[in-house]
Design a protein around this ligand. Structure first.
Ligand code: CTP
Length: 407
């Protein structure tokens, strides 16, 4: 059985030693019935010849930005339109930086700018280069733009170092690509509403109470839902993250604001995912002037906020609803009890013992529903969000009711 029948895959090869594996990658992609065209950077050609890749792909290899042989002299536009997927393997640190900055001074970077195709990168570099703050920053920026990252793997490197930075093996890349393509349009037309980030509860005009939530998980879930074809609305607290490409976003302040915005948006949603870290208590009175430090102690009287997740499920019982639970202990017991208490369809629970999860790039989840359970091991929040959305899509599509607006 072939897993990529008729998919137009543009394989971008940049200049790293892992480029020697590209020949095998092309062979495996062709074996899965994909149409493969190859675009090489100048330095990639120092590691492997275009002729090898031409022979394996059955197509001429593209290397020049200005190509008189291209039908309209615009090889980059023709390739950009042709591709269903652009897969860059290996993607060097330099290539990731150039994609981040939107450079367009060679064929590969220009095609990436000119294309609306799904962009996937399989990084390959020395482990120090991978760890460097600049590379990690570039990677996060790309992921927020909806770029998918495969790997890298850990192990002994060509330079003799050991660590993260090896390109995934060609067979693993093809397997991940096939699974991405299979879920590509799974949520086509499904309206997904997501809450994310922290809330701010005002004390006086200059102070508020908040929490450590960075919003990374919720934003990664939003990106994953978009890449599966969903229409995504994000109701977010204040975070230091850009709105993911293709997502509509409303920024809210307090738990009460977030509740109102979510109640409003839920009228037109099919799936609701509550990742926000909502304040459980808010000050009873907000001082209208800045509180002066006259007294030795300060007492704040607090009252419970409304539970957004539970309220949404009560108001719209047909909405497929997914909650999150952050626990320091007895993860599964609390997860199951929250699932029942709030009448949820699914719950994703994670451990926050020893500073885990909050503001970290990685996380692990126990995903629980009425008659099932899956453990998603510790991984990058974007990969985790994709795995979670695949579970959500599977459960949602299984239980799908005719969609209608919940007026
Ligand atoms: N949640 C919400 N509105 C609130 C509080 C929580 O929507 N006012 C949502 C969160 O987005 C998350 C889930 O509820 O999806 C967390 O459940 P909750 O029982 O509130 O967790 P904790 O606050 O950790 O509860 P507990 O104190 O019982 O552990």
């Amino acid at each position: 059985m072939s897993f990529l029948p008729g998919k137009n895959i543009l394989l971008g090869i940049s200049g790293g030693i892992a480029a020697y594996k590209s020949a095998e990658l092309v062979r495996l992609l062709v074996k899965q019935s994909a149409n493969v065209r190859v675009c090489m950077t100048a330095s990639a050609q120092a590691f492997i010849t275009p002729l090898t890749l031409q022979a394996l792909s059955g197509n001429p290899v593209h290397t020049e930005l200005l190509d008189p042989q291209a039908e309209m002299g615009m090889g980059h536009i023709e390739l950009a339109r042709w591709a269903d997927v652009i897969l860059i393997a290996p993607a060097t640190a330099n290539t990731l930086a150039r994609l981040t900055w939107g450079m367009a001074d060679d064929l590969l970077s220009t095609v990436c700018l000119a294309s609306t195709a799904r962009l996937i990168v399989a990084p390959a570099m020395n482990q120090q280069m991978w760890k460097h703050a600049a590379t990690q920053h570039n990677l996060q920026t790309l992921q927020h733009r909806g770029v998918t990252v495969f790997g890298p793997a850990e192990g002994v490197q060509a330079c003799g170092d050991t660590g993260l930075g090896r390109m995934l093996e060609p067979a693993d890349i093809v397997r991940e690509l096939a699974s991405c393509c299979a879920t590509d349009q799974l949520l086509q037309g499904v309206r997904v509403l997501i809450t994310a980030g922290p809330t701010r509860e005002a004390i006086d005009p200059v102070r508020f109470l908040t929490n450590r939530s960075s919003g990374k998980m919720g934003y990664a879930v939003a990106s994953a839902a978009v890449s599966m074809g969903a229409d995504v609305m994000l109701v977010s607290g204040h975070v230091a993250l850009d709105c993911p490409a293709g997502v509509s976003r409303v920024i809210t302040e307090s738990a009460a604001d977030m509740l109102n915005a979510t109640l409003d948006a839920a009228k037109q949603a099919d799936v609701f995912i509550a990742t926000a870290a909502v304040a459980d208590y808010t000050p009873v009175n907000v001082a209208d002037r800045k509180i002066k430090k006259n007294a030795a102690t300060l007492h704040l009287e607090m009252q419970r906020t409304t539970d957004i997740l539970a309220t949404i499920k009560q108001t719209y019982p047909n909405l497929f609803t997914v909650g999150f639970a952050a626990e320091t202990h007895d993860l599964m017991t609390y997860a199951r009890s929250k699932l029942e208490r709030k009448n949820l369809d699914m719950i994703a629970a994670n451990s926050v013992a020893d500073g885990k999860a909050f503001d970290q790039p990685t996380n692990a989840l126990e995903v629980v529903w009425k008659d099932g359970h899956t453990s998603l091991p510790e991984m990058d929040k974007h990969a985790l969000a994709t795995a979670l959305m695949q579970l959500v899509a599977a459960q949602y599509l299984q239980r799908k009711q005719p969609t209608h607006d919940h007026d």
